[in-house]
Design a protein around this ligand. Structure first.
Ligand SMILES: [Cu+2]
Length: 720
């Protein structure tokens, strides 16, 4: 070998060694099982223990992203292509006034997705577009390969598409162009530079809200605080035409109400004068790396689970094709085809001029995904989290990246998977316990003042827990009262006096989930397992009464409209009638309801008509690709003519069919002083739990924790 070749050889050897080293230290999937007999020391096993700054989520450019799965969202490149196809289409090239309200993947038909398997060619990639052109709404499909644009007939419905981010931001500034508005603000003693305004969807209450896209704007003072929400300019409401940005009406009915004080409202850590450290630092260490892999950005594989995960501008997070491996047979079994947050309905309970219209639909009006902000590493998600970006289209069709929008991590909260210990009575020395480790998919949306945390938590025993956390800042009302001793009729406050001149107005939160369950295949039935009291006859038993489980299979949609009742309880099963367990039970999953709030509004109240999907807590509909949004495709200013309640009234057959279950998690929120100036998180959840899905406990043979297997961070390493 001559010296030139030797140098070349040494150079390549060095590069290969370097690549190998980098790969091993950054390996994103579980390392092969090694000898566990030695005590693991984080100092040598985990980079996180040996360095002060843990690795930050990496910034991804997404310019080279490719779709790998039929359900993968549109990539940055595809979004650019869709935009250029649309801009050269006559509908847009001949118009000087248009906006794209939604550009997302037009998912292939379910049968196509179900037939597709890894390695197959992708079905044609198509985009679904909702656009406004010269004041008219258009729904289109774009074939990304052929460039063909096809109009889609979605029928005649009231309402407008989800606002674009540009709609919202431009609306907040528009009132400043109106001299009367500026005079009103200054008359309240507010400097225009301290003004912060919010775009507030105004619902629909009749003729006044028809034939044009309107929005209401209310403003706050930022003087002296970042938490301007606590300083409302009460009673001042501007009605804007969202298309022309013209002020339609200014209503000012709060001139005598003071702007609440700024002191004590700032929630930022940097703004706190005293800081209380109540606990020592805590973290989960995974020296061997996580136990999950995310293939091609979207296919999550963890323990016995596999599912497709993507972000969506309207729904936030979408879980698709959730399948679980049967530990008995090794078979990969279908559980859920698709699950996501379909709508959030938040009606406020104050009928006065500046408040009656506050009846938000956060997904359909604002875009739950559009409002999902980047997660804060270490605090929103633990140190061992993996982050996923959202790639969305702006109002002009240009793609943008919402970084770290979703996180995925394994959670060990010290909970127990199963346990049993024998008492001394039996003389048997048995203590068997299995720890519960779960996989969490999390997003957090900040819809202006309010924050929603949505978790999809997968357990090894087959259970899926969907949890919604509420935090953020209350929407408050200014009042002239500064103490309850001035209030004669507290119920006329419409809420709780939280601080001097601040009322937290009572409201509800309803989060409606779309759950296309496919238990062991698409054709399923919904069974109400009703617990009924049976009474005994004299002499039959010393007991007078007992409970029987009576199974009622829902034949049509109306059989599956469920209002939860504590004294007439049922279990709610989705079963596959043609798939039986070893002993002959139909395989199934059950919905275990969580939050118990139900809407008490009058069914004819316009907000409740629009939010009629909350009239029942559970609904079951036959699968229909066009029925995904519980408040209708066009929720903004809708009249309630395209809701889940309307579809369900058709009373279609649902027995042994491809069915979709809808569940609404509800919260009544009577604010309290602890919610001021920012709310400690309140959570509620529901479960999708296997019920006769497995032949026996699927986590019977998982191992317990042993000290020798667990990572140890020694003091020297931690302090390094
Ligand atoms: Cu609330």
């Amino acid at each position: 070998m001559d010296s030139k070749n030797l140098i070349r050889f040494l150079f390549f050897t060095f590069i290969i060694a370097l690549l190998l080293l980098l790969t091993l230290t950054n390996i994103p999937y579980p390392l092969p099982l090694s000898d566990n007999s030695a005590l693991l020391d984080c100092a040598t096993n985990s980079r996180r223990c040996t360095i002060k700054q843990p690795p930050k989520p990496t910034t991804r450019l997404h310019t080279t992203d490719l779709p790998h799965h039929p359900l993968d969202p549109l990539t940055l490149t595809e979004l650019n292509k869709v935009r250029s196809i649309l801009l050269s289409h006559a509908l847009f090239s001949n118009s000087n006034s248009f906006a794209f309200h939604s550009i997302v993947l037009d998912e292939p038909d379910k049968t196509v997705v179900l037939e597709w398997s890894h390695g197959d060619a992708l079905p044609p990639r198509k985009a679904s577009i909702i656009a406004r052109v010269n004041g008219k709404t258009h729904v289109l499909t774009v074939d990304i390969t052929t460039g063909v644009v096809t109009p889609v007939d979605v029928g005649e419905h009231s309402g407008y598409p989800t606002m674009t981010i540009e709609d919202m931001t431009s609306s907040t500034w528009a009132p400043l162009g109106n001299a009367e508005f500026n005079r009103t603000i200054m008359a309240r003693g507010i400097d225009l530079k301290d003004l912060a305004c919010l775009p507030i969807s105004l619902g629909w209450f009749g003729k006044k809200e028809e034939n044009r896209r309107l929005i209401k704007v209310q403003c706050y003072s930022m003087d002296g605080t970042a938490n301007f929400y606590m300083r409302p300019i009460e009673g001042l409401t501007v009605v804007l035409d969202m298309d022309t940005k013209q002020v339609v009406e200014i209503s000012d009915k709060g001139r005598n109400i003071p702007i609440p004080k700024a002191a004590g409202t700032d929630y930022r850590f940097s703004a706190q004068n005293t800081k209380h450290n109540l606990v020592n630092p805590i973290s989960i260490e995974q020296p061997k790396g996580p136990s999950f892999v995310i293939e091609n950005e979207h296919l999550v594989k963890w323990a016995n689970w596999e599912f497709h995960l993507k972000s969506d501008p309207r729904a936030g997070v979408v879980i698709s094709r959730a399948r679980v491996k049967d530990p008995g047979t090794g078979e990969i079994r279908n559980v859920m085809y698709k699950g996501f947050t379909s709508e959030l309905f938040v009606p406020y309970m104050d009928p006065t001029d500046a408040w009656y219209f506050k009846t938000y639909m956060d997904a359909g009006e604002y875009g739950f995904g559009l409002q999902s902000m980047p997660l804060d590493p270490l605090n929103d998600c633990p140190r061992n989290a993996y982050y996923m970006d959202g790639v969305f289209a702006a109002g002009d069709g240009k793609p943008y990246v919402r970084e770290n929008m979703v996180c995925v991590y394994e959670s060990y909260a010290g909970d127990i998977g199963w346990r049993h210990s024998e008492s001394p009575i039996t003389g048997m020395e048995i203590r068997e316990v299995r720890p519960k480790v779960t996989l969490v998919v999390r997003m957090a949306a900040s819809v202006a003042n309010y924050d929603y945390i949505v978790d999809w938590e997968f357990q090894m025993d087959g259970l899926i827990r969907v949890k919604v956390g509420l935090s953020g800042i209350l929407m408050v009302k200014g009042t002239s009262y500064d103490n309850m001793n001035q209030v004669n009729q507290p119920e006329n406050l419409y809420g709780t006096l939280l601080s001097e001149n601040v009322v937290g107005v009572i409201h509800d939160h309803y989060i409606t989930f779309y759950l296309d369950m496919d238990v062991d295949g698409p054709d399923n039935s919904f069974v109400k397992v009703n617990l009924k009291r049976e009474t005994t006859s004299p002499e039959e038993s010393p007991r007078l009464s007992y409970l029987k489980a009576v199974r009622n299979v829902a034949k049509t949609e109306k059989d599956a409209q469920v209002k939860l009742k504590l004294y007439d309880p049922s279990e709610y099963h989705i079963v596959n009638p043609s798939k039986k367990t070893r002993v002959g039970n139909p395989t199934g999953y059950k919905l275990v309801p969580g939050g118990t709030a139900a809407s008490l509004l009058d069914l004819d109240d316009p907000p409740q008509k629009r939010g009629a999907f909350t009239n029942n807590q559970i609904w079951v509909t036959p699968y229909n690709k066009s029925e995904e949004w519980a408040g209708g495709l066009f929720t903004y200013q809708s009249h309630g003519d395209d809701t889940l309640a309307v579809w369900s009234e058709r009373d279609r057959a649902i027995e042994n069919k491809d069915i979709v279950m809808w569940y609404t998690l509800g919260f009544h929120h009577v604010p309290c002083q602890e919610d001021y100036p920012i709310m400690p998180t309140v959570s509620s959840s529901f479960d999708l739990k296997p019920v006769n899905f497995y032949d026996s406990n699927p986590i019977l043979n998982i191992p317990p924790h042993f000290e020798k297997d667990l990572p140890v961070c020694n003091a020297a390493a931690s302090a390094a």
